[in-house]
Design a protein around this ligand. Sequence first.
Ligand SMILES: [Zn+2]
Length: 266
Amino acid sequence: MKNLIKIAYRIVLFILLTILTQIGGVVYLASLIIIKQWNKKLRFKTLIVFISLYLFSTLILVPLVAPLFGREKVKHSKKINPANYMTVLLNRNYVTPELNDLLRATIKELNGTAIEIHYLDASFPFINKFPLLPHLSHNDGKKIDLSLIYETKNGDVSNKQKSNSGYGLFENPKQGEYNQIDKCIGNGFIQYDFSKYLTLGEINKELVFSENGTKELIENILKSSDLGKLFIEPHLKNRMQLNNNKIRYHGCSAVRHDDHIHIQLK
Ligand SMILES: [Zn+2]
């Protein structure tokens, strides 16, 4: 019985680590094999081996191997960074080289402004169609989520976020604005605002949504001929007076997009 529980525990852990980081499950299996060969008595032996192997894989091995599968890490620069470094540690920062080019071209266009790109989930490093949950479509390196732009009460663009994860802090429809969220939830798509559970805590409460900053970011992304689609909630599209047929509605079966922008290549 004790053995059965141990096996079940290992299977659950393998699945969870795989869902969260793609390589975590395999690294866990490798750690179990290593500690079996390693007779030294040590507290937290599995954990120590797992963390060492995981960090080595994530920070050194995977970035070297991913290009063989057509993907690479999002290239960081002074103005392109993850909203939360956990995105990198969980291997959720892989894109095709074309998407890196698009980000770089956008930041070049934004030269002279205070606007930076803070990215959220992209794709895992390997295997097309391998889902990056909870997203429906981030499975081919061609999609990435970006933070909205915020500003201080005085209207100065800030490069801070309003939630620790970068997700789940919504810029709700104002009175009189079209409310797609109520419509989706009213039609039974109760998952539509589930990202509210993913904030990992609210921060920088003094900041407000920057209509001009976010509009400028989006307009410069739209300049790229490689861009296929951009998703943002309809009330924000209307508020920012954005009119471009690459800005599409993602549908009620996705989640609301008034806490982040989703972009994807053609
Ligand atoms: Zn997305």
